[in-house]
Every structure is written in structure tokens, then in C-alpha cells.
Design a protein around this ligand. Sequence first.
Ligand code: SDX
Length: 379
Amino acid sequence: MSSAEEYSKGLAGIYVAKSSICTVGVKGAGLNYRGYDIKELAANSTFEEVAFLLIYGYLPTEEELLGYCRTLSSLRDIPGALKDCLERIPASAHPMDVLRTGCSILGTLEPESPTNNQFQIANRLIASFGSMLLYWHHWVSSGKRINCLTLAEDSTAKHFLKLLRYDGQEPSALHVRAVDVSLILYAEHDLAASSFAARVTTSTLTDFYSSICTAIGTLRGPLHGGANEAAMHLLAQYSSPDDAESGIMKMLAKKELIMGFGHRVYRNGDPRNPIIKEWSKRLANEQGGNMKLFEISERVEQVVFREKKMFPNLDFYSASAYSQVGIPTLFFTPVFVISRTTGWASHIIEQRSDNKLIRPSAIYTGPESRPYVPIKERK
Ligand code: SDX
């Protein structure tokens, strides 16, 4: 028990739970999901396999994975009442607010119950968040009511890209795999702010949807999941690597934050960064890629490291990767939601399995105790 004089701002370096889900930078090691190294998962796995691993705790057999993919495919359509509500959300709304609202409405239509348990809701949200976002997007941008179902065998990544384009064209295999790997990388990250927020909410024994709504609201911020969108806005300002160098130097001189850089836990690099950077480069080398954007990104990385010894986190090169597969910037953090719903679900399930209300204390710094003054006597 820390004394009333010691406290850690932002809970930096404080352990608040035991968890069997993920290791982030433990003793300088990399990132593991339930013991499997992220590098191996990114190279050999699929998002659906990783989602199963995180939620159920083990890597599925081929048969289990096939069944799980079928389950997710069967959960992609959204109820008419939810479509009606989505159509009332203005085009000016932030897509993260669309997902937070969609989650809340689905929770009223398909409430948690003994026949609609935490595992079923987790899979329902993972499968339908893309549908919610893109149904709203096509409605507000073109008045089109899209069919949220694509081929049953489509992966989560392919389903998203197909609904995004909605032009009957097959997204390229490279684009699909790039998004699939990004979903693996974004899936889980220990007690990141949004996962911790979900656990705090869960610890009151509220419903699953409420915990996910908390997490979405928390991820939205630019210091957390919103950083991938903020990084894209930063990169889009520059016309060349030299222009970027000059701009970043000005920002650093004014002590401004460079979005997509730094991390609370990783101090020597984010193990996810080399993987997503390689995918951004692969996309840039392909026909239709944006090599200039990649080169600008690399220059920003070089300058920030040279001047501040800071490194990119996963959000930085996710920006150029998502931009190159045609995902609009405002949809970057919603894609993070689709993926991290797996991590949030695993934390909610774990919190419920060994719960204690999460309620820390604050060191009081307010006025000493003083007598009440009747309003007539106040000056
Ligand atoms: C994610 O927690 C997770 O695991 C999150 C995540 C996940 O997968 O869930 O990894 C995803 O959220 C990654 C982080 C995305 N956010 C950003 O990229 C926003 C920019 N980064 C910073 O805001 C910052 O690095 C944080 C918030 C990520 C971490 O901040 P800390 O640990 O609270 O560190 P700090 O703000 O106290 O910074 C220490 C120093 C400060 O300088 P001084 O005041 O000591 O002089 O480093 C500086 C900061 O100004 N600094 C930066 C910087 N990040 C820190 N300076 C310029 N640019 C930056 N990006």
C-alpha cells in the first residue's frame, strides 16, 4: 500500500492486476499474446486465429478455426433498427462516435443474457463493427443502403475493404494481407488506457457493451488510438522528405508532440513498428503505392530519433499503410477498434473471472476543513 505521499501520475510503472493475456516489454522482451511472439503471429497467423487465441486462450485447430471464421461471417449483418439509428447520425460525426453509438444501440437490441453471453457478444462486435461503420459511411456519403454481407469465406480484413469500396472489385491480396497483419498487431497490448478503462468499468459488474463503450471512448483520444489519424494529418502536411525535416525541426523546437512517436512502456522501440513499417514499404513498392509518403515517413522517423532519441510506435507507420490501401484517415482508429475488441474482450472476461472493484485513492490537495458560510453572509 503506497503511503499518502507517494503516487504515480498516470499510474506509470504501477502494477494493478495479474493477467495471462499479453506481455509488453517485460524485461526488454518483445510483445507476446498468450506466450506467442508477435513476430511469429504476424508472419504465420491470421487475425481470426489471433482473435480466437486471445478470447479463448489457445491457438485453434484447423477445424476450430474454420468454425470460428464461419461464426464471425454469420454475425456481420446488422439489425434494421440499428441501420435506422445509424442513418440518423450526421455525416459530420466522427466515425469513432458512430462505433461507440452503434455498440450502445446493439446492446439495447441484443442485450447480454444467459443465451447471449460475453463470448457471443465479443464475436458479434468484432464481426459487425466494420458493417456498422461502413453502412453509415455509404448512407451519409451517397444515400446508399449497402448490403453488409460479402462472401462467407471473406476474412475480416477482406470484408472491411470490400464494404469500404463497395464497387464489386476484389481488393488486392497484398492490401488484404496488409490489413490482416495490422489487425494482428493492434489486437492486444496489456493494460493500455482503453483496456484498463474497460477493466475498471467491468469491475462494477456492469454489462459487456458498457465496458466496450468505455474502451472506444478511451481509444478515441490522440494520445492513444487516435494517434494513427493524427500521424496521417502530420504526414499529409509535407510535400517532400526535406519539407518534413524542416517541419519536424520546427515542431520539436516548440516542444510539440510528434504523433505516432513514444510509448509509456517501450523505451527502446515498439516491436510492432518494424513489422508495420515493412508492410508500408511493401505497399509503397507496389503499383499504386505511395513511395513519397513512405519516404516522408522515414525522414520523420530519422529526424525524431536523431533529435529526441524517440522511436515510432505502431500508430506511425500504420498511417502510411492504411492510406496506401485506401482507408480514409478518419477510419484509421475505427479499424483499431475492430482489432482491439479482441483484446478488450479478453480483459473483460479475465476481470470477470477474478473480480474486485477497481477503486484507487487520490492524495487530497484541496482547502483545509472550514465552516459553512450562509449565502447571505457571503461577499
Ligand atoms: C498507443 O499503452 C499502449 O500500449 C498504447 C498502444 C496500444 O497498442 O494500445 O501502444 C497504442 O496508444 C501508442 C501511443 C500513441 N500515442 C501517440 O503516438 C501520441 C504521441 N506520444 C506521446 O503523447 C507519448 O509518447 C505517450 C502518451 C505515448 C506516452 O507518454 P508518457 O509515457 O506519459 O511520456 P511523457 O508524455 O511524460 O513524455 C516524456 C517526455 C516529455 O518531455 P519532457 O516534458 O520530459 O521534456 O518525452 C516527450 C514529452 O514531451 N515526448 C514527446 C513525445 N512523446 C513523449 N515529445 C515529442 N513527441 C512525442 N511523441
